[in-house]
Ligand binder design. Structure first.
Ligand SMILES: O=C(CO)[C@@H](O)[C@H](O)COP(=O)(O)O
Length: 223
């Protein structure tokens, strides 16, 4: 599939959500952060907003659920029209069953790991996943500094995916910017979430293109 850029709308103007998504036509997905103030210390938006955005957005929705009890809630996001649904391993009671349920509902099944969770924790179920999300900040807020300690994890995840001969996408999320995207791509990431780097810019779509170019160059997938 190659390099994909999925801007997070967390730091966009949420009162104008559909318009904010329309400002990033070059993106591959729009990344929507769902937070419940239990799994993370922040509260954002939920199912009705995702359902409504799915009807209005030209981009497919990449829903990142930072919530407790994803076993109960995640399938509803697939039904609401999210093309990809990410739950956290740290929160799931039955991650394999949940991944299968998401796929059965027609969504891409994705699982996220917080920075301190070793990649090995996901190794046995990579075959159940379409994407593995490696958090490169502690989840909960946009605008944090990229955690360098996550780079070896990205490398290790790429090794595991390649060794298994799987097509699992490797997404990174947190502090991804023009300063850090190349290091993530070199380490093996291929899907890049960027929030403040995109939405703090006057021309968010130009940043999407810039991130894509840098990541492609660094991964060797460039022109
Ligand atoms: O999931 C999260 C934060 O928990 C992210 O998606 C952030 O929204 C990314 O924002 P930046 O770090 O790129 O500003």
């Amino acid at each position: 599939m190659g390099i994909q850029i999925t801007p997070s709308v967390l730091n966009a103007d949420l009162a104008r959500l559909a318009d904010e998504v329309a400002r990033i036509p070059s993106a591959d997905w729009v990344h929507v952060d769902v937070m419940d103030n239990h799994f993370v210390p922040n509260l954002t938006l939920g199912l009705p907003v995702v359902e409504s955005l799915a009807r209005r957005s030209a981009l497919p929705i990449d829903a990142h659920l930072m919530i407790e009890d994803p076993d109960r809630w995640a399938p509803a996001y697939a039904e609401a029209g999210a093309g990809s649904v990410t739950f956290h391993l740290e929160a799931a009671a039955a991650p394999v069953r949940l991944a299968r349920e998401l796929r059965a509902k027609g969504a891409r099944a994705s699982m996220a790991l917080k920075p301190a969770t070793p990649v090995e924790a996901a190794a046995t179920m990579l075959g159940e996943l379409d994407m593995l999300l490696l958090m490169t900040v502690e989840p909960g807020f946009g605008g944090q500094k990229f955690l360098e300690l996550c780079l070896p994890k990205i490398r290790r995840a790429r090794e595991l995916v390649s060794a298994a001969g799987l097509e699992v996408w490797l997404q990174v999320d947190g502090g991804v910017s023009v300063e850090t995207v190349e290091r993530c791509a070199e380490a093996g990431a291929d899907v890049f979430v960027a929030g403040s780097a995109v939405y703090s810019a006057e021309d968010p779509d130009a940043v999407v293109e810039q991130l894509r170019g840098l990541a492609q160059g660094a991964s060797g997938a460039g022109a």
